[in-house]
Design a protein around this ligand. Structure first.
Ligand SMILES: [Zn+2]
Length: 265
């Protein structure tokens, strides 16, 4: 069994401040170590379910956070950023049996995580077909474009609830619950145990049944915090300006949504 894991940091168990997630800042190393521990727990669950090939994308900030020396022998780690529109799931293709997401966070404008954002932080919100779009939505849909089912997600509670509406076969572990600029976090011992157990359960399900059909049409609305960014984005081919801060992009091809996001955010 071949499994793809994308790992972010703002939805790992303890993080609530930007400087905890930023390379070179104060206690960053402590939180990067926890990011590694959560992906190792996911690998252990995957191996218990029969995975013999695991590809991990380090998908936070520099793409150079996970400690490769802690990973099992059957894992490969993709570090850094390729520039490919698949971005946080770069490396995924139709040869994978399942995709999983660790340490993911609520969408821009959703109050489920003190660090809620979608991509660069330029957007106040992104809506796809009227729903607030998280990075989990963007890149679990990229997995779906390759015919790969998304079966596991760990992150904040609100993202887990939002995620279940997108993927019927999704197992989730809510490692924290955001309240304003604070969060109630599980102990790291508990979150790693739950990740290990639920990844194993997720991968033991009938995986082809967990595949989703993508919408036939995509309406993507992006509201920027700064009007100058909306003005610049309005020159992307096919983009319409709705008002000073908001642009609209429509397509039937989900790859074009990802290509646009890669250029304007
Ligand atoms: Zn991140």
């Amino acid at each position: 069994m071949k499994v793809f894991i994308s790992v972010d940091m703002e939805g790992t168990t303890p993080t609530i401040r930007w400087d905890e997630c930023e390379h070179g800042k104060g206690y960053y190393t402590t939180y990067a170590e926890q990011m590694t521990r959560e992906v190792v727990a996911a690998c252990e669950g995957a191996i218990n379910a029969g995975a013999d090939e695991i590809v991990i994308k380090d998908a936070h900030e520099t793409g150079a956070n996970i400690d490769i020396t802690k990973l099992p022998e059957c894992a490969k780690l993709i570090r850094g950023w390729s520039g490919h529109p698949y971005s946080m799931v770069f490396g995924i293709d139709s040869s994978f049996d399942a995709a999983m997401f660790i340490g993911y966070h609520s969408a821009a404008s959703r109050e489920g995580n003190p660090l809620s954002h979608t991509m660069s932080g330029k957007a106040l919100y992104i809506k796809i077909n009227g729903e607030y779009a998280s990075e989990f939505m963007l890149f679990s849909y990229a997995a779906a474009l390759e015919g790969v089912p998304t079966v596991f997600l760990s992150g904040d509670k609100m993202l887990c609830e939002d995620g279940k509406k997108l993927h019927p076969g999704l197992y989730t572990v809510a490692v924290k619950e955001g309240f304003g600029a604070s969060a109630v976090c599980l102990s790291t011992a508990k979150s790693m145990k739950l990740i290990r157990e639920n990844v194993e359960k997720a991968l033991k399900q009938d995986l082809p049944k967990a595949k989703i059909t993508l919408p036939r049409h995509f309406t993507v609305e992006i509201c920027f915090k700064e009007h100058a960014n909306a003005n610049k984005a309005s020159y992307y081919p096919g983009m319409k300006k709705l008002n000073g801060n908001t642009v609209l992009f429509e397509t039937d091809d989900y790859f074009e949504v990802l290509r646009m996001i890669g250029f304007v955010l």
